[in-house]
Design a protein around this ligand. Structure first.
Ligand code: C5P
Length: 232
């Protein structure tokens, strides 16, 4: 898989999701299914979107003891998604358990990506609530290295961090980057943003784009604009 635009389908129901996806009569976007939609509709929504010909990033951010995550990943692997994820904070043992669980009898598996520190966590909250006192960018880079050493395929990070992650973990270690906005678009609640073209220049492998596409007057045109800036 190469560079691609992943559309965050942050909808609360299958009905809303299909009303959105029905607009795409040409190229089928790579779709991110998050907790809201998955918990509302269950595994059936994954199968239905897959059956329509979309690639899927199942964004459930698992974090539990290694045995539980291994078994959960084995169930998710049967859904035949293309990418899934977990929290690097679950430690190396949990990440290795996840990889074991994801790997099918024939050796194939979805790509496995780690979440490092959530972008909603800042230095102050990290020090106060989880007693991590190192600078947050060093913490993110340490989690990236730990994920790579555990055998994972990449991390979710800000497009601003993608270059440094590649310098530290190698160019084949994937960076999946949300926080993307058009130069002339609304930033909304995202703080540190980049355009699709800038994310391409800095070396993101996948951009995750939600509202600039889902809330656009013409979602298909917005998606094609992202592809034109980031992929083509
Ligand atoms: O609508 P928007 O483009 O901001 O959506 C970005 C998507 O990426 C959302 O699904 C959001 O939950 C997700 N995300 C993020 N920042 C992170 C991790 C995930 O915005 N650090």
């Amino acid at each position: 898989m190469g560079k691609d635009v992943i559309v965050a389908c942050d909808f609360a129901s299958a009905e809303q999701t299909f009303a959105f996806l029905d607009k795409f009569t040409g190229r089928k976007p790579f779709v991110k299914i998050g907790m809201e939609l998955f918990y509302a509709e269950g595994p059936a929504i994954v199968k239905q979107i897959k059956a329509r010909g979309h690639k899927i990033f199942l964004d459930l951010k698992l974090h539990d003891i290694p045995n539980t995550v291994k078994k959960a990943m084995s169930v998710l692997s049967n859904l035949d998604v293309d990418i899934t994820n977990l929290h690097a904070a679950g430690t190396t043992a949990m990440m290795q358990g996840a990889l074991e669980g994801l790997t099918r009898a024939d050796g194939s598996r979805p790509l496995l990506i780690a979440v490092t520190q959530l972008t909603s966590t800042d230095q102050e909250a990290m020090e106060r609530d989880i007693l991590i006192r190192e600078p947050i960018d060093q913490v993110v880079m340490h989690y990236a290295k730990t994920a790579k050493n555990a055998g994972l395929d990449g991390i979710v990070c800000s497009p601003l961090e993608a270059g440094k992650v590649h310098d530290t973990c190698g160019k084949d270690f994937l960076t999946i980057t949300p926080g993307v906005r058009f130069a002339d678009g609304d930033v909304g609640d995202q703080k540190r943003v980049m355009t699709p073209a800038q994310a391409k220049l800095i070396g993101s492998d996948y951009i995750v784009v939600g509202r600039p596409i889902t809330a656009a007057a013409d979602p298909v045109a917005a998606y094609e604009r992202c592809v034109a800036e980031f992929v083509d």
